[in-house]
Write a protein of this length. Structure first.
Length: 74
């Protein structure tokens, strides 16, 4: 499973979901993959992501919040 590094950067540093020209750097499928990745690691007993060291529970909350914000009907 490959996790989007642009999404990780946005989570860690708030770099944003779009580039300077407005193109989307990651989408809902990336968020869903990241969510599954984090939940799998949590299920295996991890608290922190092994490569970047971020808090997995905080990442799960962030992914769910971003997904919910992007699936709301206007």
């Amino acid at each position: 499973m490959s996790i989007c590094q642009n999404m990780i950067s946005d989570f860690l540093y708030g770099t944003g979901r779009r580039d300077d020209e407005g193109y989307e750097l990651y989408d809902a499928s990336d968020l869903e993959t990241g969510l599954q990745y984090a939940e799998d690691l949590i299920g295996d007993g991890y608290i922190k992501e092994p490569f970047h060291g971020y808090n997995l529970k905080e990442f799960v909350k962030w992914c769910r919040r971003v997904l919910a914000r992007n699936t709301k009907k206007i």
